[in-house]
Design a protein around this ligand. Structure first.
Ligand code: 2M8
Length: 424
């Protein structure tokens, strides 16, 4: 059974591989996505160290001169209108000077340092022979520098996401309030390609898309300048900032391995963790919330992103977070994988994208965090629950946390990659 699951997962990753990178899914997502590649590399490392390294190298090959790692690297072999918004939308300002590849101008959560370190550790000899760490470490540093130098829009020490797509949790209820202030463009001005692959009830609404397009077009038209005044949507998100803190700890380990100084990375990790605690943690709720950088108020929606700080080494509120995770809002350890949104909320939607369904990448982050925080038993239960969910529904993009029904794309790459990692 287990072997069969691993074999099926491997087949998916092989089928979704495109000369140097992996598409998240055939059809719906025909290009390279930033944080997908990091999760995919975590699975690929068990199949081929070289392929896992190439997955990250190809993504960082599209890194911008200012250090940002783009949300999407468009595959030139695919028609320009296969995905919306595609390369024509982003235009010449998002064309990579050296490679000529067009990318999105947005970013995604920084899971890459964590993934690169695990990829290196899976096969240090191949990594050393190919100079993987030596080449990637300076690029990872520039990526984190971009976030810390250019994206601390509120001056709080925390990084802002300036578009829901940057959060990775696109239509999360956390974004409803700040997004509500964004004037949508008319749905008649663009053609959604996602609806040709998945039911409208499982995706963001047209109104959401109208606002996504407005924010992305304004950012593009302002030359991708990062200012609070220019960002109608600017949010300090616990998932992004926790990943950055954990990523700095991973960079410290890399620095140690390469004979560089790890101290600055430890300092950055500690500063991020303390800002997370001071600004985004609510002790009454035992949960982290995102904060609107314009109003400085917390966006009080209970989402899985508020639990992701469990991956931060030395986090002082692990037990409190676990109490919340095991309670009625998330039912960790009782239901199969962990829901993306509060099960008790009136606007919980079990099949709609990031407004309720369980996802395997966030499940992996919580699992990885539990292991790091020495909660092996609970980690084991979560692992078994995720594998059971995949056995039941297949390698779906997301599943209904209550019924286990699969939704979104099938043969989804990070679901397959996470399964391979969990089975190791
Ligand atoms: C989803 O987001 C893209 C835009 O980036 C989309 O809806 O078209 C999200 O689930 C995101 O987290 C993920 O990286 C991407 C590709 O799997 O799909």
């Amino acid at each position: 059974m287990t072997d069969d699951l691993a074999r099926r997962a491997r087949r998916i990753l092989l089928a979704n591989w495109r000369r140097g990178f992996t598409v998240p899914a055939q059809g719906l997502y025909p290009h390279q996505w930033s944080w997908d590649s990091a999760f995919i590399a975590l699975g690929l490392r068990h199949l081929s160290a070289v392929r896992a390294q190439r997955e990250l190298e190809s993504l960082f090959g599209a890194q911008w001169a200012d250090g940002r790692v783009p949300q999407i690297v468009f595959n030139p072999a695919v028609p320009a209108d296969a995905y919306f918004p595609g390369p024509d939308f982003w235009g010449p300002g998002a064309r990579h000077a050296e490679t000529g590849l067009v990318t999105s101008g947005l970013v995604q959560p920084p899971v890459h340092a964590l993934a690169a370190w695990e990829v290196h550790r899976a096969d240090p000899v191949t990594s050393e022979r190919r100079g993987f760490l030596r080449r990637l470490y300076p690029r990872l540093r520039r990526w984190h520098d971009y976030l810390l130098d250019r994206r601390d829009l509120g001056g709080s020490g925390l990084v802002c996401v300036i578009h829901p797509w940057e959060s990775g949790l696109d239509n999360s209820p956390s974004w409803d309030e700040p997004l509500g202030r964004v004037l949508p463009v008319s749905a008649a001005t663009f053609v959604r390609r996602d609806l040709g692959h998945t039911g409208a009830g499982e995706r963001p609404t047209d109104l959401d898309y109208g606002r996504y397009v407005r924010l992305a077009a304004d950012y593009r038209d302002a030359g991708f300048a990062d200012t609070l005044g220019g960002a109608a949507f600017a949010v300090e998100d616990p998932l992004t900032n926790a990943l950055l803190s954990a990523g700095e700890t991973a960079l410290a380990a890399m620095a140690g391995e390469l004979g560089a100084d790890p101290a600055p990375h430890h300092e950055r990790a500690a500063a991020l963790t303390s800002s997370l605690m001071d600004l985004l943690y609510d002790p009454g709720e035992g949960l982290f919330f995102a904060r609107d950088a314009h109003t400085k108020s917390l966006l009080r929606k209970r989402t899985v992103g508020g639990l992701v700080p469990l991956i931060v080494p030395g986090l002082p509120v692990v037990e409190e977070l676990l109490k919340t995770a095991r309670g009625e809002h998330f039912r960790l350890g009782e239901l199969s994988p962990i829901p993306s949104y509060d099960l008790t909320a009136p606007d919980f939607e079990p099949a709609r994208y990031w407004r309720g369904p369980s996802w395997f990448n966030t499940g992996w982050l919580i699992w990885h965090g539990l292991r790091g925080q020495r909660h092996a038993q609970l980690a084991g239960r979560l692992r078994d629950g995720m594998l059971d969910a995949i056995r039941l529904a297949g390698f779906r993009e997301y599943v209904d946390p209550l019924s286990g029904t699969g939704h979104g794309s099938d043969d989804f790459s990070w679901t397959a990659a996470v399964a391979i990692d969990l089975l190791e």
